[in-house]
Design a protein around this ligand. Structure first.
Ligand code: SF4
Ligand code: SF4
Length: 362
């Protein structure tokens, strides 16, 4: 096993010694609630302030490999990140316009503005208190709205550049992830300011740092996509090739509905990402996590590999839903399957006319 970089063996990937030295005693899967049958709020594990997380040294190791190179090679992206960070801090105390604007159709207006500001898709839902991270609180105005069941979240997706995405794992993809996190933050800030100008409270958030609540369940409820076996969302147009940003607000909106287009069914039979994942982190079947049955990626296997390989992304790239040449056909096929009685309940073959793996992943 290497000291700085792990090694790939026939039976899997072995993390580097430095990563193992820095790893806390408690496993990441245990922090995430793997195997727990009772529901509870999520515990922050990564991409949060160090005081909130047990994997703080591992997070620092990841950042130490990423940030200096980003600052030297792409200072524009690094500066953009700092600007967004300061702007988000200022937004926390920004006051809405004293006279609320009256809309004909508020929900359509917000979605249109999000698309104008650069979102590739938008959905809306209400925030649930059970997905707010342990140890975190919302600003007072947001907490009051949440307690009243009236805190809305506008969830927005921004797509990665396709060539960078397809090069994963690579520095180009890693840089593109940072770039799209910045774009997402930018977008969230613009939408939040637009809402403030209309007389309602709003706060915008984009990665890479985690916010006060889990974004994936919200994005699913907002109809952005379904959870794939690789632990990321799949959207019928963008596949798994996107990042998420959000705005929470007191502006009254209409929630979208969950969008089910056959991912769950497809994933139960597909094994492309499980086979492509070098550290074998992707579980073949669903697991119980904090009282919910869902697809789950083994944190303790995935994160060391990500740390060594620019954030990885192999599973996202290899997923057939991310392939532009097949996604439409796949979507139609799954729609037929979902809504037609003609199809029986036998195994869905991953038809070679529909999907050809792009290349062998070592
Ligand atoms: S990001 Fe890489 S290591 Fe993590 S689950 Fe996907 S393929 Fe596996
Ligand atoms: S590669 Fe296959 S199993 Fe994995 S998320 Fe995509 S469709 Fe699901």
């Amino acid at each position: 096993m290497g000291f700085w970089i792990g090694e790939q063996h026939d039976d899997g990937y072995c993390p580097p010694t430095i990563y193992r030295w820095l790893t806390p005693k408690r496993s990441g899967n245990s922090i995430n609630g793997l195997g727990e049958t009772d529901k509870r709020r999520p515990t922050p594990i990564l991409w949060h302030r160090l005081k909130h997380i047990e994997f703080k040294l591992n997070q620092l190791l990841f950042q130490s490999r990423f940030r200096p190179r980003m600052i030297l090679q792409h200072p524009g992206i690094a500066l953009h990140f700092l600007r967004m960070k300061r702007a988000k801090k200022r937004l926390k105390t920004a006051q809405p316009h004293p006279i609320p604007h009256v809309f004909d159709d508020t929900t359509t207006a917000v979605k249109d503005m999000a698309m104008v500001f650069g979102a590739d898709t938008v959905g809306i839902t209400k925030l649930r208190p059970d997905i707010v991270f342990e140890g975190y609180t919302l600003p007072e105005w947001a907490q009051t709205a949440l307690d009243d069941g009236q805190l809305y979240v506008v969830v927005m997706a921004v797509q990665h550049d396709k060539d960078c995405f397809e090069s994963a794992p690579s520095w180009a993809f890693s840089k593109e992830i940072a770039n799209q996190y910045n774009q997402g933050s930018d977008l969230a800030l613009q939408v939040a300011h637009w809402i403030l100008d209309k007389g309602y409270r709003a706060y915008g958030h984009g990665g890479p740092e985690g916010g006060e609540f889990l974004l994936h369940p919200l994005a699913i409820e907002a109809g952005i996509g379904e959870l794939g076996k690789h632990g990321s969302l799949i959207n019928p147009k963008l596949g798994a090739n996107f990042r998420i940003a959000c705005v929470y607000t007191t502006l009254p909106l209409h929630s979208d509905v969950v969008s089910e287009f056959g991912v769950d069914d497809f994933c139960t039979k597909c094994q492309i990402c499980t086979k492509a994942c070098p550290p074998q982190a992707i579980n073949e079947s669903k697991k119980t996590v904090r009282g919910e049955e869902k697809f789950y990626v083994d944190f303790d296997k995935c994160f060391p590999y990500m740390t060594d390989h620019y954030g990885c992304g192999i599973c996202l790239k290899e997923c057939p839903w991310s392939r532009e040449d097949v996604v439409e056909k796949l979507y139609r096929k799954q729609q037929k399957r979902l809504f037609s009685n003609v199809f029986d309940k036998q195994v869905l073959a991953i038809d070679e006319t529909v999907y050809q793996p792009s290349e062998e992943v070592s």
